[in-house]
Ligand binder design. Structure first.
Ligand SMILES: NC(=O)c1ccc[n+]([C@@H]2O[C@H](COP(=O)([O-])OP(=O)(O)OC[C@H]3O[C@@H](n4cnc5c(N)ncnc54)[C@H](OP(=O)(O)O)[C@@H]3O)[C@@H](O)[C@H]2O)c1
Length: 251
């Protein structure tokens, strides 16, 4: 498979790490012109240097802030032209039993995971910022949106919110040929997953691994699903969630 995304201009958030990083690299291998963003400049440059081909662009931004999002999208469009796709991988996960939860934790998780998605959708859907032939917007939800696990209730709520957000946006933005979908991964081995697993006993970790009939996932497994949802092969797909979870949510 080559050139699935030839010349598509695609913004990938959270590209300084994990799923976003591997998605950016895979998209570049498929011919996309990739814009990578994250907060950590050093790690973002590492991703940028691994992209295949040229005509890519890299810009740091904090997506907690709607003003920063607006500035980011303006800069991207003036440098690269209208967007064909956005894969919003940026997000935070915190293991927090409800008894220790503070308002600041809640705000941090919802700002990074939900507010960022809402205002990215607002910013990219302004005239001249998206390809009038179509744009694919993808949010990274999680199996946690539909399968409960202890000590991640705020994270789970934020990932469920993304599924609601994507459905209503899909209806509202269809007239602009903007498709909006979620990918809901199971446990994928990244920095985020490493931090999560360090807070578990080996029995608890094994129990989670055992709930994945096809085993744990890799960032590439998610990148392949994102490539399908960004490509024209999914042109009739909007308002849905693709579970990429090795069977976790089939239980
Ligand atoms: N890994 C899993 O098992 C798993 C499972 C289900 C869903 N997901 C979801 O998949 C997405 C990617 O996860 P991952 O495992 O790749 O995580 P990761 O390795 O921790 O990477 C998270 C990325 O998000 C960026 N980010 C966080 N807050 C940000 C903010 N306020 N503004 C801008 N960028 C921000 C980080 O940037 P900096 O590091 O530069 O700050 C980093 O690039 C997340 O939405 C996560 O919830 C992951």
């Amino acid at each position: 498979m080559h050139n699935l995304l030839k010349d598509k201009v695609v913004l990938i958030t959270g590209a300084s790490s994990g799923i976003g990083k591997r998605t950016a690299i895979f998209f570049s291998q498929q011919g996309a012109k990739v814009i990578v963003t994250g907060r950590n400049q050093e790690r973002l440059i590492e991703t940028f240097n691994e992209l295949q081909g040229d005509k890519h662009f890299s810009l740091c931004a904090n997506l907690d802030s709607p003003d920063d999002i607006e500035q980011l999208i303006k800069s991207i469009v003036s440098e690269m032209g209208p967007l064909d796709g956005v894969v919003h991988c940026a997000g935070v996960q915190k293991t927090l039993p409800v008894k220790v939860l503070k308002e600041t934790h809640f705000d941090e998780i919802f700002n990074a995971n939900v507010k960022s998605a809402q205002f990215l959708a607002k910013s990219i859907s302004r005239k001249g910022r998206f390809n009038p032939q179509g744009l694919s917007l993808i949010f990274l939800s999680s199996v946690a949106a539909v399968c409960g696990e202890p000590a991640i209730s705020t994270y789970a709520a934020s990932k469920a919110a993304l599924q609601g957000l994507s459905k209503s946006l899909a209806l509202e933005l269809a007239r602009l040929k903007i498709r909006v979908n979620c990918i809901a991964p199971g446990h994928v081995q990244t920095e985020m997953a490493k931090e999560f697993s360090q807070q578990l006993t080996s029995e608890q970790y094994r129990a989670i691994a055992d709930k994945h009939p096809l085993g744990l996932g890799t960032p590439e497994d998610v990148a392949y699903a994102a490539a399908f949802l960004t490509s024209s092969m999914s042109r009739w797909v909007t308002g849905t969630t693709l579970y990429v979870d090795g069977g976790y949510s089939a239980h």
